[in-house]
Structures are given as structure tokens and as C-alpha cells.
Write a protein that binds this ligand. Structure first.
Ligand SMILES: [Zn+2]
Length: 344
């Protein structure tokens, strides 16, 4: 059985985004409950979080951004209309980023096969120099940068959160060592992630955006991941796969407007594992991003972690809707320029 690390540090519960905020500490209790109720908790290896070092953060973020967050430690600060810090938020953010770095290191050292980091605050909207969209530091980007610093030359980041991972895109926009693939509702917050955003300079082609109309379910997601994400990912053949695991495409999510169910999320993780089946030798590190329905978070985390552990695959029942061929065709024509695997 796969050795799968699981990280959930108590300080992640102390980040308070404000009264009534959907990104609330109860989300992590839902993760724990989901794993326990699915009988997975005891199969996981506890993975301690540590604070990311300044050097690790500066691989992705500017000194001005890191210093601005540090100066807010101990205070309550509003950074944008929906992103705020409480007195312990800085500690939580630095340990969330450090948790992903630690997971990457343990996986690359062979102490773990895979890991799931149940972190708060989330990270994928945090750009190199700005906190936004509930995110302070870009946990997954800092983890990818740690892998590059250890000499890896091909790291894939697959982001299935319903929102575009604009911060991760910005961090690796010109870097051909990181393949960034994001499926997301579009147009939608944060406004980026259109098909023609593919990277620049040496990084051209290594940003793959898959903008989606609202309302898609398991059938459509399965086809997007099997027919677009998997061939591109296998062609890139990463040495490590990082997953921005946002559960806001869940059908009960109050913000997402999609219709994915837990077996659908299991299917997305299966594609991530398939992309990791070459040079990565199965090494996958996932980190929690969004997801705001507590029941949806619980059951979806269990579905995803179950697949990481190699537990049986839940049956997927939803069929693709009529007319989805056109959408897949748009992805193929946009990305076939850089990815021969998509050409007919
Ligand atoms: Zn999201």
C-alpha cells in the first residue's frame, strides 16, 4: 500500500478571515471527519508542518510581499475586499507553505510516496507580490519551487479548483520547468485563465488553461481530464506532480456553480496519478485550496485521498452532456500548437 502523508497543523485553524467568511476553520474539521468516516485516517502517515524559511518563500514571492505579511503578524489587517489577516494568520500562512515544502521533500527523499496537505489559508490566488482571493502565500508554488531548487527540471501543477490559479500561473509564466494546468469556470473570479494565456518566452506552452462554462459535472470533467490533461501531462512526463485540490467544483458548493461529485474528484486524482506514472514514479503532493460546502469537502477529500492510498475506485455514473465535443475541440485547437499529443 502507498505511504501517504497527511498534514493538518493546529495553527491552520487559527487563521480567521472574518465573521461569516466562507473560508473558515470548520473546513479542516470537515476534512478530518471525511477521512475518519471513510476509514482512511489510520492509513495515513502523520506529516508535521514546519514554517517555510524566508529563502523558500523568496523563490516565489517578492521581499516586499513577504515583509508586508510579516508586519501584519499579531494584528487584524484587511488586504482586499475578501482577504483579511487575523493575529495568527501570518504563522498559519508560513506553516501552510512550509507544509507543502516538507511534503515535497519527504516525497523526493522517498520517505513518503504521496502526501495530502490540509492547509489554510489556501494559496493559488496569491501572486508573487500580492495576497488576494482568500490567499496569502502560494503554498503549491512554493512547493514547486522547492522541487526545482533540489534540481528537478520538470514539475507539473494540476489545479482543479473551480477558480483560476492566477497566482501559480504568474509564478511560472516564463518557466518551462513547471507545467501549470488549470481547469476553472470562466468568465469568473479572478478574471484570468482564458485559452490564449499559455505563458511567455521559454515558458510558452507550459501554461495550459481550460476555461469552462458553469454547470459541468462528472462526465464533462472526466472527458476534459482524460482527453486533454492526461495526454499533455504524460507528454511533459513530470518528475513530480503537485495538485491544487480545490473542492469548490462540488455540486453543493455555494460559490462554484459546478456539479462534480466525490467519484468525479476521485477520477481527477486518477488522472493526476496517471500523469505521475512516468518519471515521477507515482509521486504526488496535493494541497487543499478552496471548497466551501462542509459535506462536500468531507466526502471529496476522502474520495481523493482514497485514490492516493490505492483504495478501490468509486463508480462514476454521470454521462457527458450533448454538445460538449465543441468545448473539447476548442481546447484541442488552442493547445495542439504546443502539445502534439492533442493533434488528430
Ligand atoms: Zn476556488
Amino acid at each position: 500500500m502507498a505511504r501517504v502523508g497527511f498534514c493538518l497543523d493546529p495553527v491552520f485553524l487559527e487563521h480567521d478571515a472574518g465573521p461569516g467568511h466562507p473560508e473558515r476553520p470548520e473546513r479542516l474539521a470537515a476534512v478530518e471527519r471525511g477521512l475518519r468516516e471513510a476509514g482512511l485516517a489510520k492509513a495515513l502517515v502523520p506529516l508535521p508542518a514546519r514554517a517555510a524559511t524566508r529563502e523558500e518563500l523568496l523563490r516565489v514571492h517578492t521581499a516586499a510581499h513577504v515583509d508586508r505579511l510579516a508586519a501584519a503578524a499579531g494584528h487584524r489587517v484587511r488586504l482586499d475586499p475578501d482577504t483579511a489577516m487575523s493575529p495568527r494568520s501570518h504563522d498559519a500562512a508560513v506553516r501552510a507553505a512550509g507544509a507543502v515544502v516538507e511534503a515535497v521533500e519527504q516525497v523526493l527523499d522517498g520517505r513518503l510516496d504521496r502526501a495530502f496537505c490540509a492547509v489554510r489559508p489556501p494559496g493559488h490566488h496569491a501572486t508573487p507580490d500580492r495576497a488576494m482571493g482568500f490567499c496569502l502565500l502560494n503554498n503549491v508554488a512554493v512547493g514547486a519551487a522547492a522541487a526545482l531548487a533540489r534540481g528537478l527540471t520538470r514539475v507539473a501543477v494540476i489545479d482543479f479548483d473551480v477558480h483560476h490559479g492566477n497566482g501559480t500561473q504568474d509564478a511560472f509564466w516564463t518557466d518551462p520547468r513547471v507545467l501549470f494546468v488549470s481547469s476553472h469556470r470562466f468568465p469568473f473570479y479572478p478574471g484570468t485563465g482564458d485559452l490564449d494565456e499559455t505563458g511567455e518566452g521559454e515558458g510558452r506552452g507550459f501554461t495550459v488553461n481550460l476555461p469552462m462554462p458553469a454547470g459541468l459535472g462528472d462526465g464533462e470533467y472526466r472527458r476534459v481530464y482524460r482527453e486533454i490533461v492526461e495526454p499533455i501531462g504524460r507528454a511533459f512526463d513530470p518528475q513530480l506532480v503537485l495538485v491544487s485540490a480545490g473542492f469548490d467544483p462540488h455540486r453543493d458548493d455555494p460559490l462554484g456553480g459546478m456539479a462534480v461529485t466525490p467519484p468525479g474528484f476521485a477520477e481527477l486524482m486518477d488522472v493526476c496519478l496517471a500523469v505521475a506514472s512516468g518519471a515521477a514514479r507515482g509521486r504526488v503532493v496535493a494541497a487543499l485550496e478552496g471548497g466551501y460546502d462542509l459535506g462536500g469537502i468531507a466526502t471529496s477529500t476522502a474520495a481523493v485521498v482514497g485514490r492516493m492510498l490505492g483504495r478501490p475506485k468509486p463508480a462514476l455514473t454521470d454521462a457527458p452532456t450533448q454538445g460538449f465535443e465543441k468545448q473539447l475541440g476548442a481546447y484541442r485547437s488552442a493547445h495542439a500548437l504546443h502539445w502534439a499529443a492533442l493533434r488528430p
